[in-house]
Design a protein around this ligand. Sequence first.
Ligand code: PEP
Length: 260
Amino acid sequence: MLIAGNWKMNTDVSSCVELARGVVRESKNAGMVRVTVCPPNVFLSSVGAVLDGTRVSLGAQNMHALGRGAYTGEVSGEMLRSLGCHHVILGHSERRQYFRETDAEINRKAKKALKLGLVPIVCVGENLDQRRAGKEFEVVAFQVKYALEDLALLSSNALIIAYEPVWAIGTGETATPAQAQHMHALIRTLVRQQFGSKIGNDLHILYGGSMKPANARDLLSERDVDGGLIGGASLQSDVFGQIIQAAREVEEGRRAAGAD
Ligand code: PEP
């Protein structure tokens, strides 16, 4: 189980460091749950210093597909790697919507991230019109196919997919556990077809979209939900901590059931 916080364009340097310290405290009792936080790029270094030697890993919210060059304002995977990042979110719906990112571009970034040993968290998800039109499976299948096309994926740990229905991001609306499970199962089937059953079975598929303490346990209890990508509720460490605890309880329940 992985619980990831996406801090988006929030915090300043001191509140970011304070939040990171809070997450470290909240993660002391995370059990087997892995925790990662994705601060704004300008604070990666300061947050990295707080996370150093702790069990919380560092992630970024985006990267450029190329290593260097005249791309004013951009940040490369190499730069993220040099700051100690383990994960990078790619293709978040806000990037797709406001910055016109395409699946082809996300695919180039994912290939580059894999080459660098950065674990991409590739986001997919339908918008409200697409769901209302009954096209959610078609849309997500298309995104998975083209965002992951020809990836040289050797292990299930090298990639994470986050299913984030756009209508549930930052809106307070959440997919029902059944809706999330249905989509996660489809994504897992597609990953199995593309990368084989071992990788498909073990790959982490996160749910994202207004996950909070009140709904985390139900969502995380679904069979194909392996964690959460959390925006708003990751900005307060105690609230984020409650989600980590929900994940821990679900994870321990799964292990206990497996041991029976
Ligand atoms: C996100 O931005 O990835 C997200 C899931 O946001 P929120 O939890 O605020 O809906």
